[in-house]
Write a protein that binds this ligand. Structure first.
Ligand code: PBG
Length: 328
């Protein structure tokens, strides 16, 4: 008679392993694909992002092509980031009804009414100084005056047809401001996916090249969260729900799985996680060098995020996994 636990009994065959697997395999419905759309005269502009092999800045026409191919493989949801032709200190292009994201939303929703189109709501891609809000002369990001600009941005996205808005700026009170602004504009049914617990992370490095949004001076530590904090994340999430957020989000995802788990256990709201540009870049780099089995690591990285408790995962791998049939 065994006096010890024989865990291997249930690992013997693929069938047994499938039967006892606790986390359902990743599916197309879990995933959201980010795209970078750029305002340019060049209709067929398409430029690969140096630190994100396989990801591109795309003109609207190229975006349409790319999304079309992905929709054919089962793409269900996208999140859009815009690169405007002009930047200024007030981020005017962020809330221009004819701005690049607004145009891209119209284009996609016209062609694929059932594709979920989420827009990132932030000012950093639109400000000449690269910060997520308006600045004082000595370089401090002003909270309350920024709220009005974020609200105008979100309303303009929804007027263009966006299904969900996702504020990523980390200003205080932004969810309350957006909710009130959307409701006033008649969009009481439009959900807000809040980047609730967003850390001041070095993992955003490649994104800042992709979105051309590097701060010209200073950093984002005075508005994004300190990587050592988790209790503060609970406060942020609770405040967002109170203010009217429909989804919470943790970002980055992989290095903050403890935070995902805690939020999943604490709140009864859909919880998203963002596998960010640096997480993508590291896997791609190691894969290209033959140091890891890239496909297997991609799947495991995403399963880890799902297992931690995320119901929706924003990942740059989405398109590739669908195309290869690794996710259905
Ligand atoms: C905009 C924004 C950022 C990301 C998503 N929205 C950059 C930042 O906060 O500096 C990062 C996404 C990624 O790294 O993939 N504020």
């Amino acid at each position: 008679m065994d006096t010890f636990y024989r865990g291997r009994r249930l690992r013997r065959t693929p069938e047994l392993r499938a039967l006892v697997r606790e986390t359902a395999p990743l599916s197309a419905a879990d995933l959201i694909m980010p795209y970078f759309v750029i305002e340019t005269e060049d209709t067929h502009f398409r430029k690969e992002i140096g630190a994100m092999p396989g990801q591109y800045q795309l003109s609207p026409a190229e975006l349409e092509k790319q999304v079309g191919a992905a929709v054919d493989t089962g793409l269900a949801a996208v999140i859009l980031f815009g690169l405007p032709a002009r930047k200024d200190p007030q981020a005017s292009e962020a809330y221009n009804p004819e701005g690049i994201v607004q145009k891209a939303v119209r284009l996609l929703k016209d062609r694929w009414p059932h594709l979920l189109v989420i827009t990132d709501v932030c000012l950093c891609e639109y400000t000449s100084h690269g910060h997520c809000g308006v600045l004082t002369p000595d370089g401090e990001v002003l909270n309350d005056p920024t709220l009005d600009l974020l609200t105008r941005t979100a309303v303009s996205h929804v007027e263009a047809g966006a299904d969900i808005v996702a504020p990523s700026d980390m200003m205080d009170g932004r969810i309350a401001a957006l909710r009130a602004g959307l409701d006033r504009a008649g969009f009481t049914q439009t959900p807000i996916m809040s980047y609730s617990v967003k850390y001041a992370s070095a993992f955003y490095g490649p994104f800042r090249e992709a979105a051309d949004s590097t701060p010209q001076c200073g950093d984002r530590k005075a508005y994004q969260m300190d990587p050592g904090n988790v209790r503060e994340g609970l406060r942020e999430a609770a405040a967002d729900l109170e203010e009217g957020a429909d989804f919470l989000m943790v970002k980055p995802a992989g290095p903050y799985q403890d935070v995902i788990r805690l939020l999943a256990d604490t709140f009864d709201a859909p919880l998203a996680a963002y596998q960010v540009s640096g997480e993508y870049a590291m896997i791609k780099a190691a894969g290209r060098n033959g140091w890891i089995n890239e496909e297997a690591v991609i799947m495991e990285s995403l399963l880890g995020i799902k297992r931690a408790g995320a119901g929706q995962i924003i990942s740059y791998f989405t398109e590739e996994l669908l195309k290869k049939g690794l996710v259905k």
